[in-house]
Design a protein around this ligand. Structure first.
Ligand SMILES: [Zn+2]
Ligand SMILES: [Zn+2]
Ligand SMILES: [Zn+2]
Length: 145
C-alpha cells in the first residue's frame, strides 16, 4: 500500500491523471530497476494492450516522468526520472550500456561531462552512453577464464 502511494505521488507531481494502467506501467518501470525498452515493457505487462503501453510511455515522456535513452542498439530504452529532473541539459546523467546482456543503466549521480562548444553553437541535448560489461556479465566473463 505504501508503494501505491509513492506511484500516485509521482504521477501527481508530474500533473498526470492517475489511472490504473498508468500506475501499472510506472510500477513495472520502477520495479525493473533498470531502463526498459518498449519490448521489455510489453513482456512485463503482457495483459496490457501494446498501443496502450506506447501511449502511456509517450505521455510519461512529455511530462518528464521518464526519459528516453538512445544506447545505439536501435531501440530506445526508458527510465523513470528522479524527482527534480526536468530533462534539460543540466539534468542529464551518464548511461552505461552492457554489450553482453544489452541492459542499459542510469548513473544518475554521474552528470554528463560539460563540453565547451565553439561560438555560435547552442546545446539542446547530450547523448552520453558508455559501453562495456555490467558487474554481472563481468563476473561471468571472469569465471570463464
Ligand atoms: Zn528527466
Ligand atoms: Zn550485462
Ligand atoms: Zn537515465
Amino acid at each position: 500500500m505504501e508503494d501505491e502511494n509513492l506511484y500516485l505521488e509521482l504521477l501527481n507531481k508530474r500533473d498526470i491523471q492517475p489511472t490504473a494502467i498508468r500506475l501499472l506501467v510506472l510500477k513495472a518501470m520502477m520495479q525493473a530497476g533498470r531502463s526498459v525498452s518498449l519490448l521489455d515493457l510489453e513482456d512485463l505487462l503482457d495483459t496490457v494492450d501494446k498501443s496502450t503501453i506506447y501511449r502511456t510511455l509517450t505521455l510519461f515522456l512529455s511530462h518528464h516522468l521518464v526519459h528516453s535513452i538512445d544506447d545505439g542498439t536501435g531501440s530506445f530504452k526508458y527510465a523513470v526520472c528522479h524527482a527534480s529532473c526536468s530533462c534539460e541539459v543540466n539534468d542529464l546523467h551518464t548511461h552505461f550500456h552492457c554489450v553482453r546482456c544489452n541492459h542499459t543503466f542510469c548513473f544518475t549521480n554521474i552528470p554528463t561531462p560539460i563540453v565547451k562548444l565553439p561560438d555560435g553553437f547552442t546545446l539542446s541535448s547530450i547523448n552520453y552512453v558508455l559501453k562495456g560489461l555490467c558487474p554481472e556479465c563481468a563476473a561471468k566473463e571472469d569465471s570463464r577464464r
